[in-house]
Write a protein that binds this ligand. Structure first.
Ligand SMILES: Nc1ncnc2c1ncn2[C@@H]1O[C@H](COP(=O)(O)OP(=O)(O)OP(=O)(O)O)[C@@H](O)[C@H]1O
Ligand SMILES: [Mg+2]
Length: 313
């Protein structure tokens, strides 16, 4: 495959802000018509990468090609072909829902007939019909995000960059929102979406994990879980905090996460007889607990990708 088979392709993409390297030497290939997830802790460079791909920021080094155009040099050619939904609501709070949609239609030169058609279609799709006359500033978080998605897809772009589009949305609306993303992908739209929700990440065709600006994992979700470089174990106990304190100091224990009365424990992959080993530790400390092996989750992948490499570990 060459650059043009991908909706987005970048090599060595780097952006520095003074002493901070927000995006570090990033190589990325996003296949067309796929949903590509962007994950990583706060400040890991997700939003900065999206801004670079839109041509809104100039890279410090490296190059990026988006829908066959070099960015930022040819970004103007991309304007009508891509949509970017920013992390922060960027429509006009003092305009009504309908006025916002009309404004966006004008920015994208839709013409009167297509504008009417597209606003009708998206208002229905995103359940905005009853909200047309409401000031955007008075909408709830989830309603704002529906409006933002309706606006960003109004001109039917081939590529969508969505920066945490569901952060304020309830679980049912998030599910509806993702159904819409799949429909768009089926229609051929490429979607790059950042999220902190692991259930959403699991639905993507492919994922990239960023940490401190650099790519630390890349691949289909299942493959990333299968490739996890740790043994995963669950400990059910009435004393999760004490049990955690017991496990944490061992060098064969990579990470411990408490989930109510359960602990999710990641162990070095070469740990022999892991269940028996933890059982023995609990016994020695007169703690009761049930230990069992479990499969890896994407959250484990996230922790492995972003925590194991911290200098403190
Ligand atoms: N305009 C800017 N000026 C200076 N530093 C910036 C600027 N934009 C981003 N940064 C820094 O670059 C790094 C990456 O920020 P970015 O917003 O891309 O992270 P993110 O992964 O989107 O985080 P979040 O999950 O919190 O949205 C951070 O350290 C941030 O402070
Ligand atoms: Mg961000």
């Amino acid at each position: 495959m060459n650059e043009n088979d991908f909706a987005i392709s970048c090599r060595g993409l780097t952006r520095r802000f003074g002493p901070v390297t927000a995006v570090s030497n990033l190589d990325l290939d996003v296949p067309r018509g796929r949903i590509f997830g962007f994950l990583g802790p706060n400040g890991s460079g997700k939003s900065t990468t999206m801004r670079l791909l839109c041509g809104l920021l100039v890279p410090s080094a490296g190059r990026a090609t988006v829908l066959g155009c070099r960015v930022p040099e040819e970004a103007e050619k991309l304007r009508l072909q891509m949509g970017y939904m920013t992390q922060k609501f960027s429509l006009y709070e003092d305009l009504t829902v309908l006025e916002n949609l009309r404004f966006v239609a004008r920015v994208f030169d839709l013409g009167l007939r297509r504008m009417r058609e597209r606003i009708a279609v998206n208002s229905k799709l995103y359940e905005l019909d009853d909200l047309h006359s409401r000031l955007a500033g008075t909408l709830s978080g989830g309603q704002k995000q529906r409006l933002a998605l309706a606006a960003v897809t109004l001109h039917e772009p081939r590529l969508l960059l969505l920066d945490e589009p569901t952060s304020a949305v309830d679980p049912q609306s998030r599910r509806d929102f993702w159904d819409r993303l799949f429909e768009l992908a089926d229609e051929g739209t490429t979607i790059l979406v950042s999220t902190h929700f692991m259930d959403e990440a699991e639905r993507c065709h492919r994922l990239t994990f960023l940490d401190r600006g650099a790519m630390v994992r890349e691949g289909p979700p299942q493959e990333l879980m299968d490739r996890l470089e740790a043994i995963t174990v669950e400990v059910a106990t009435r004393m999760p905090r004490r049990t955690r304190a017991l496990l944490d100091p061992n060098d064969w224990v990579l990470a411990v996460t408490q989930l109510g009365n359960r602990l999710r424990v990641m162990l070095r992959p070469d740990t022999a007889s892991p269940v028996e080993r933890i059982d023995a530790l609990l016994k020695q400390a007169s703690l009761h607990g049930t230990v069992r092996r479990t499969g890896a989750t994407l959250e484990d992948v996230f922790v492995a990708a972003t925590n194991f490499q911290r200098p403190s570990r």
